[in-house]
Design a protein around this ligand. Structure first.
Ligand code: FAD
Length: 257
């Protein structure tokens, strides 16, 4: 209870534990669950692993694992999800030192197991990746500002277990021009805008955790400067806030022991 209150008070912080738990869940329960991964699905997986290997906040052994996974899949024309499960299984052995936290939710913990958890962690992971990709690739020749959005779109389309969510996301992506984004900052903002659209749609929905009502992010309380007097967004301030909250130097580790 005390930890729960402490985390709630901390506000919009990102915990390593939520990111690692989302990554494990994604590989173990979604990717590994597909019997035959070929064609577009395989291409989407390659793109996803490429982004993870480049930008997921891991230590030395975690990075090695993601690179190994990426290279293993890159050379294939067909794959059985079980092969991913096996690689993950050995990575999860403590002595491999790939993961640095227990497999639990922290800031993404719901008031009951019916709420939050994986979808919350997945959003946070993609927001983190969009900010980190911008941080590390801005100015790099050949790096495309579309990498993270493209990887997310492919992942949600081909692997995300919630079929309705996937359909909604693809429809929104088309309507909101996901593939027309051309700058790093715009890719961070596109994801923020998209997530707020989902928050708006789900506000008051039965899937909403009563202890965590869906709000437009960031709230007036957390970021007064993000809100103009006329109720519109102050976009440069929003961008600044997102880059702060989802920056690699602001990832927290408490609760990981
Ligand atoms: P989440 O919405 O999961 O947000 C997690 C955290 O992200 C928040 O606690 C906050 O810290 C931060 N955050 C919130 N908004 C923003 C923002 N705009 N920008 C940056 N950070 C933000 N559920 C459905 O019932 N129907 C759907 O169609 C649906 N579509 C989905 C599509 C995708 C791609 C994903 C990943 C999830 C989808 N979900 C859908 C699940 C839903 O969006 C929530 O993830 C889930 O209800 C858990 O909500 P939550 O309260 O943990 O907050």
């Amino acid at each position: 209870e005390a930890l729960k209150e402490k985390i709630k008070k901390m506000g919009d912080v990102v915990f390593q534990m939520d990111l690692e738990t989302a990554l494990r869940y994604s590989l173990k329960h979604e990717v590994a669950g597909v019997k035959e991964i070929t064609g577009d699905k395989l291409e989407a997986l390659k793109t996803y692993l490429n982004v993870l290997a480049k930008y997921f906040p891991f230590g030395k052994y975690g990075q090695q694992f993601l690179r190994q996974l990426r290279d293993f899949v890159a050379s294939r024309t067909t794959l059985d999800g079980n092969e991913i499960a096996k690689l993950l299984e050995s990575a999860e052995k403590e002595e491999s030192q790939v993961f640095s936290t227990p497999q639990n939710w922290l800031a993404c913990k719901g008031s009951s197991t019916a709420f939050r958890g994986y979808p919350c962690g997945l959003w946070k992971m993609f927001h983190y990746l969009s900010v980190n990709a911008a941080d590390s690739s801005m100015g790099l020749k050949g790096a495309s500002p579309m990498v993270v959005l493209g990887a997310m779109h492919g992942y949600i389309k081909n692997f995300f277990g919630c079929a309705d969510c996937s359909r909604h996301f693809q429809e929104m992506a088309k309507r909101q021009g996901i593939f027309e984004v051309t700058s790093w900052d715009d890719s961070i903002l596109w994801l923020w805008m998209a997530h707020n659209e989902v928050n708006k749609r789900l506000s008051g929905d039965e899937t909403e955790d009563p202890e965590f009502p869906k709000q437009q992010f960031p709230t007036q309380e957390k970021c007064p400067r993000c809100h103009n007097k006329d109720d519109s967004w102050n976009i440069p301030e929003v961008l600044h806030y997102l880059k702060h909250v989802y920056s690699s130097i602001n990832i927290r580790y408490i609760g990981s022991d």
